[in-house]
Design a protein around this ligand. Structure first.
Ligand SMILES: [Zn+2]
Length: 115
């Protein structure tokens, strides 16, 4: 079940298209100065991720980001479902321009919403 209030359960929604995971992926590609269009599926995300332009150590770190992010999103979803951890306000706060707070997204992924 989605950690936000959407109540959708598809892999695409849980790992990509829901507001929170979408914000997390958007932050990551922004940090790496990569332009993207959100893929239609997790498989498409993985294929796109491994089709990157990075080499050597950057490539290893980039690829590790994929695994770490998918794993973190999975743990966060489980915390929300089984331990009632809340993402607050149904997800992430947005500023007046509609942009998601990157610090909050980073905190949610790293700490799973726990303080
Ligand atoms: Zn959702």
């Amino acid at each position: 079940m989605c950690a936000a209030t959407c109540r959708l359960e598809t892999p695409q929604h849980l790992f990509l298209h829901c507001r929170f995971p979408w914000a997390v992926w958007s932050c990551i590609v922004h940090w790496w100065h990569v332009k993207w269009v959100c893929p239609s599926s997790v498989g498409a995300l993985i294929a796109w991720w491994f089709g990157n332009r990075f080499r050597n150590l950057e490539k290893e770190i980039w690829e590790s980001c994929l695994y770490a992010t998918l794993w973190s999103l999975w743990l966060l979803q489980n915390d929300c479902v089984f331990f009632y951890v809340s993402l607050g306000c149904g997800g992430l706060n947005q500023n007046k321009g509609g942009h998601v707070d990157e610090d909050e997204a980073r905190h949610q992924v790293i700490f799973g919403g726990r303080l």
